[in-house]
Design a protein around this ligand. Structure first.
Ligand SMILES: C[S@@+](CC[C@H](N)C(=O)[O-])C[C@H]1O[C@@H](n2cnc3c(N)ncnc32)[C@H](O)[C@@H]1O
Length: 270
C-alpha cells in the first residue's frame, strides 16, 4: 500500500519489529550472515533490521540482497544506506525485479546464493502466487535459516475492511487481499514450521469522520487505495465503509477512534 500515508505505516511497524523477533537467533555462531529483503520499498525497516543484526554481531560479516521492483524506492533505499554510517561497508546486491522475476532469474541461472535470513514485510499481497513465492524463498534458506513474514493480522481492521469490500477495493495494485491468517493456511499446507508473534497496534483515524478534514480524507484514500475516496466511490459505499471502519474495525478511547492495524510476525524455520 504505497501511497502518501505509507510513511506512517512504516513507523507503526518499526516499533514492534524490534520486540517481535530476536536477532540473536539469526546470527548465532555464524561467521557471516547473508540477508535477503523481498519487497523492501524505501528500506526504512531493512535499515532498522540490519542495524539490529550488526549491533548484536559487531564482528560478523553481513551481505545483503534486495529484491524490489520499484526503481524509485530502490534509489531511496540506496540513499538511505549512504546516510547510515554503520551500513556503508556492507556489500548490497540490488535486484530491481519482482519476486517472480527474481525466481525466474535464479531458475534460469541454475545456481543461487542461500541466505541466513529472508524477510517479506507487508508485500505478499502483491504477488500473484503467494504459496509458490513462499515455497521458492524458503528453498533459498541455509540450514538454521529463518524466513520472516510480517503481515496484517487475521481479524485486524485491515482484514475486516478489505475482505468485506473485496469486490470494490481489490481492483488496483492488490487483486486479492490476504491476511496473516490466509498466509498461515498456506504455511500449513506447505508443511512449514513457524512461530507467530502478535504485534498489537492502532492508528488514530478520528479525522476520517470529519468530512472536509484533509488529513482524514488522505487517510481514507490510503486505507481504501483510492485516489479520492469521496470522488471515486458512490455515496452508499462511502457510508458503508465509514460505518464499518468505526464500528467493526476500531475501538474508541478518550474520544479518539483507533483503527486496529495489528500485525502478525510469522517466523518460518528452514
Ligand atoms: C507495502 S510496501 C512494503 C515495503 C517494506 N517491506 C516495508 O515494510 O517498509 C510493499 C513493497 O512491495 C513491493 N512489491 C510490489 N510487488 C512486488 C512483487 N511482485 N515482488 C516484490 N516486491 C513487490 C513494492 O514495490 C513495495 O516496495
Amino acid at each position: 500500500m504505497s501511497c502518501r500515508y505509507y510513511k506512517n505505516q512504516s513507523k507503526l511497524i518499526h516499533r514492534p519489529l524490534s520486540t517481535g523477533c530476536s536477532y540473536e537467533r539469526i546470527g548465532r555462531g555464524k561467521p557471516q550472515v547473508d540477508v535477503l529483503g523481498a519487497g523492501s520499498g524505501g528500506g526504512e525497516i531493512d535499515v532498522h533490521i540490519l542495524s539490529g543484526i550488526q549491533a548484536e554481531f559487531p564482528n560478523t560479516a553481513l551481505t545483503v540482497d534486495i529484491v524490489e521492483p520499484s526503481t524509485q524506492l530502490s534509489d531511496n533505499f540506496r540513499a538511505l544506506v549512504m546516510k547510515t554510517p554503520n551500513l556503508q561497508k556492507i556489500p548490497f546486491s540490488w535486484h530491481i525485479v519482482t519476486c517472480e522475476g527474481y525466481e525466474k532469474q535464479i531458475k534460469d541461472n541454475g545456481a543461487s546464493k542461500r541466505f541466513d535470513f529472508i524477510h517479506m514485510i507487508q508485500m505478499l499481497y502483491y504477488v500473484a502466487d503467494c504459496p509458490g513465492t513462499i515455497r521458492f524463498f524458503h528453498s533459498l534458506l541455509k540450514d538454521n535459516g529463518k524466513l520472516l513474514i510480517v503481515h496484517e493480522a487475521a481479524a485486524s481492521g485491515w482484514d475486516t475492511l478489505w475482505k468485506t469490500y473485496r469486490a470494490e477495493l481489490c481492483t488496483k495494485t492488490i487483486s486479492d487481499y490476504l491476511s496473516a491468517g490466509d498466509i498461515k493456511v498456506h504455511l500449513d499446507q506447505l508443511g512449514l514450521k513457524y512461530e507467530e508473534h502478535h504485534l498489537p497496534n492502532t492508528l488514530d483515524i478520528t479525522a476520517c469522520f470529519t468530512k472536509g478534514d484533509e488529513t482524514g480524507e488522505l487517510l481514507l484514500d490510503f486505507m481504501t487505495e483510492q485516489d479520492h475516496f469521496y470522488q471515486s466511490l458512490n455515496p452508499d459505499l462511502q457510508a458503508g465503509i465509514l460505518d464499518l471502519l468505526r464500528n467493526k474495525c476500531s475501538t474508541e478511547k478518550d474520544g479518539r477512534i483507533l483503527f486496529d492495524c495489528s500485525l502478525s510476525c510469522l517466523l518460518v524455520h528452514s
